[in-house]
Ligand binder design. Structure first.
Ligand SMILES: CSC[C@@H](O)[C@@H](O)C(=O)COP(=O)(O)O
Length: 369
């Protein structure tokens, strides 16, 4: 792995990246260039990853994060893994692809896009060897490379469609609150929850966006505040515990968040703190929207109770501000996600349109076409 570092002093950094959307993942033909999101907004580092193991670590350590971006990274991780296959027969190659996918699937548990992308790569691998019987390993590898690139290209269009469908929900001057980062950094472009904000800007609609800082990893402060500020969108940063007061003041007319997995009944797993926001939104009569591509909807998972919730190291809570902020030896509970029951969800905004209750029926219908 090598680093391509653009570490700039705070004063000059802005001009270097000004209004330029950063890409989290850039495929370079023989390696994956991955933006190290842990270092934002202070430092811009692109990591050059040449192996599946490096991609696994990139996902696990949250160098890349956000459900769609995790899926895209994993797909490229499969492509990098194919180059290490030394055999010549199709069955061995397919077995190798499945093993690589199996390994990448252990990198993080909650975002279903990871498993969705790996399933898609396995399916394509199977198709490639049947389509091109007697073909060469290089052709099948190239076929998987095309599939990974297609996943990334499609994600950009999917996010744009989410933004287009969401746009009628937002009016000029509205206050919109979001949590974590479901923006361009978490996807190929536009984001899911942030897509309406970019589309609103394109259409001359002015939204006042509030971003929760999102303890403990601070995706809201480090990433959402950064990318919306760079885009010239009106953005105000809040500590997570300020959301209730801001709602009570009447400054928020809609909450919109992304998601890591939507269960068949409409329960939504997203960054820890989302559930509290949904309850607050209901108490203040504010609509609570979830922006979700179809790749994040998991009909095989019946309810939110069945979604695996990742627990992360205690140090994220006790040392996340660069110094220790809690006593040594303290017990810590650090779930990375929570589940918002579907009763709190006003609507789920997908690339195919807006879905409302009854979610079981209406989400299933989305996949029927
Ligand atoms: C479009 S991204 C939606 C979600 O993935 C996002 O809100 C989120 O919870 C990300 O969690 P993270 O732990 O940063 O990967």
């Amino acid at each position: 792995m090598s680093e391509n570092k653009e570490s700039l002093p705070a004063s000059s950094r802005k001009s270097a990246v000004s209004r330029q959307a950063l890409s989290s993942l850039v495929w370079k033909g023989n390696h994956l260039s991955m933006l190290d999101q842990r270092l934002l907004p202070e430092t811009i580092v692109m990591l050059d990853l040449f192996t599946t193991e490096e991609v696994w670590d990139g996902i696990h350590a949250m160098k890349v994060r956000g459900a769609p971006a995790i899926g895209m990274a994993a797909a490229y991780g499969v492509v990098l893994g194919t180059t290490s296959y030394r055999g010549t027969d199709a069955a061995g190659w397919l077995e190798h692809v499945h093993a690589v996918c199996g390994h990448l699937a252990t990198s993080r548990p909650t975002a279903v896009n990871l498993f969705w992308a790996l399933d898609r790569m396995k399916k394509r691998a199977g198709e490639l060897i049947t389509e091109a019987e007697g073909g060469q390993i290089e052709d099948w590898n190239a076929g998987l490379e095309c599939e990974a690139m297609a996943i990334q290209a499609e994600d950009e269009e999917v996010c744009r469609q989410i933004g287009i469908h969401a746009l009628p929900l937002f009016e000029d001057g509205m206050g919109v609150l979001t949590h974590c980062n479901a923006g361009g950094l978490a996807t190929a472009k536009y984001g899911t929850a942030l897509a309406p904000m970019y589309l609103a800007q394109e259409n001359g609609i002015h939204l006042k966006v509030f971003a929760d800082e999102t303890r403990p990893v601070l995706q809201g402060a480090r990433l959402t505040a950064f990318e919306l500020q760079q885009a010239g969108i009106d953005i105000t940063l809040l500590c997570d515990n300020m959301a209730g007061m801001v709602m009570a003041k009447g400054w928020v007319q809609a909450v919109i968040v992304g998601t890591d997995r939507v269960a068949a009944n409409g329960d939504v797993a997203n960054k820890i703190g989302t559930y509290s926001l949904a309850v607050l939104a209901k108490a203040h009569g504010i609509p609570f929207y979830v922006a979700s591509p179809l790749s994040t909807i998991d009909l095989k998972t019946a309810t939110g109770a069945d979604i695996p919730i990742e627990e992360r190291p205690a140090e994220e809570v006790t040392e996340s501000f660069g110094k220790r902020t809690a006593p040594q030896g303290i017990k810590v509970y650090n779930p990375a996600f929570d589940v918002t029951p579907h009763e709190y969800v006003t609507a789920i905004i997908t690339e195919k349109g807006i879905v409302q209750a009854p979610f079981n029926e209406n989400l299933t219908a989305l996949f029927a076409d």
